[in-house]
Design a protein around this ligand. Sequence first.
Ligand SMILES: C[S@@+](CC[C@H](N)C(=O)[O-])C[C@H]1O[C@@H](n2cnc3c(N)ncnc32)[C@H](O)[C@@H]1O
Length: 324
Amino acid sequence: MTERELTFIDLFCGIGSFHHSLSKLGMKCIFACDINEDCRNTYERNYGMRPAGDICKINIADVPSFDILCAGFPCQPFSVAGHHKGFEDSRGGMFFEVMRFVDHHTPSWIILENVAGLENHDGGKTLKRMIDMLEEKKYNVIKRVLVCSDYGIPQMRKRLFIIATNFKVTESVLNFEQIPSKSLTHYLNDGRSDNEKVIMKEKEIAYTIRCGGRYSNINDGHNWDGYYATKFSDPINEFVYRLSIKDCLKLQGFDENKFVLVGSDKAKWKMVGNTIPTNLTFLVGNSVRNLLLLSSQISKRGLINEEDNDNKIITKKIKIKDKD
Ligand SMILES: C[S@@+](CC[C@H](N)C(=O)[O-])C[C@H]1O[C@@H](n2cnc3c(N)ncnc32)[C@H](O)[C@@H]1O
């Protein structure tokens, strides 16, 4: 027996929510790709590895084998804010690119992430087709929509997570105990001097952070970045507080004082609006890691459920024993 680290790949990596969380959990990223140069520059700056570019141009045989495939594939074709074209949109077709990796590498664990709206896209047919494709390859598939504010960060963002594995799993492995969030006021003021502190007047939880559409009128249904507030130092005069890029990074679970977004302001807003809250990738990554360690020891016929899935947070490097 030899020992090796658990490994993952990060497809459509963006600014690396999966990388951020899975590396914290002791796993090693061995390949990432994103077509967007600002994302590649940001990823390299923060994680020290340069992602490859367009997934369509990747020769799969050049990608070494890995334990977990992570992919937050493009979501605009399925999102409420997008044009709903689904598979017909070239970005929706990116799911087939994920399947190219699945076909070649047959990873035992796959974590997919997308907008919650994918569940209802085309009356549920789009998601069903994706699940059917995975099941045809003998994967067991479970899914759940997770809400960021249920797990410690006050942002409304909902994300759909799909786990596919060639082990038997029950959906309860995606049941997580809720973690109360601080209010938006407390969360944003954390680490600020009294001069910078603001008191949000109405909202305890931030709207979903988006790529575009900032500066809508605060009473407009499209508003997501404007909040009635007063300054901590002047609790009388109300004004409209607009979230900054740093606020959004923090509300997506990144360390706003350490994480560096590389590119123009426009590019930074897009990257921060596209990413996945790291509290969610951490929870799901932790669950999969624990199941993976467990599954490497139990028979494929064993049923993995939440009782076996000990969600203890272990930050040291995890090693898995491989047969020589
Ligand atoms: C929803 S975002 C993923 C966000 C990412 N998971 C994160 O943590 O920041 C989708 C990403 O897919 C990338 N993308 C779109 N088409 C692509 C392609 N053909 N090849 C590689 N990446 C692509 C986009 O540039 C975008 O960063």
